[in-house]
Design a binder for this molecule. Sequence first.
Ligand SMILES: [Zn+2]
Length: 219
Amino acid sequence: MMEKTVMDEVVKQVMQVLSKTTLLEEKKGIPVGVSNRHIHLSAEHIEILFGSGHTLTRQKDLKQVGEFAAAETVTMVGPKGVIRGVRVLGPVRKNTQVEISRTDGFSLGVVPPLRDSGDIAESAGITIVGSHGAVTLTEGLICATRHIHMHTDDARRFGVSDGERVKVEIGGSRGASFKNVLVRVHPDFRLEFHIDTDEANAVNLKSGDEVTLSRCEEV
Ligand SMILES: [Zn+2]
């Protein structure tokens, strides 16, 4: 039979390993943010859509620092259909960018190319109608690549870097893996996995759920 002191030491060590493992597991979770269709507007387009001198009205802060849902909404008009009540997200951007799901694309009769946010050259066009006027975009309509916003500290913790593509694991009854998830790192970012409504519905995820990151070599 083991000496009591030896037994105590073994128990202590096992407990230490277990608590470390638990801590690691807890830290692995990445909160989900489901992005519904939305539009980012340039200052020029805000004035055309909502009137000269108009600035966006902040309605609700988003999780990412400085980002907000505006009170303003627009209507999207495509060759096959119309979608009303599309939320404007602030702050103002250099270029107008519209993010929709593939399902929205079917309703509108347009095919949004899958792009990383900001990469809008030769993307799809769409007509946007506001309370004051309308703009027909020749480019700017995209289906956004799923991505994870990470603070620099999170990136270090996960061992990934800005621009990397990783794999994300989803648990639950419709559990699945998402490949080609873009990692975006910035000191202002808060940890959040952004997917569109099609992706969320396909795997039964909602905002606030948690997913985990796979090791990069498994992508
Ligand atoms: Zn995002």
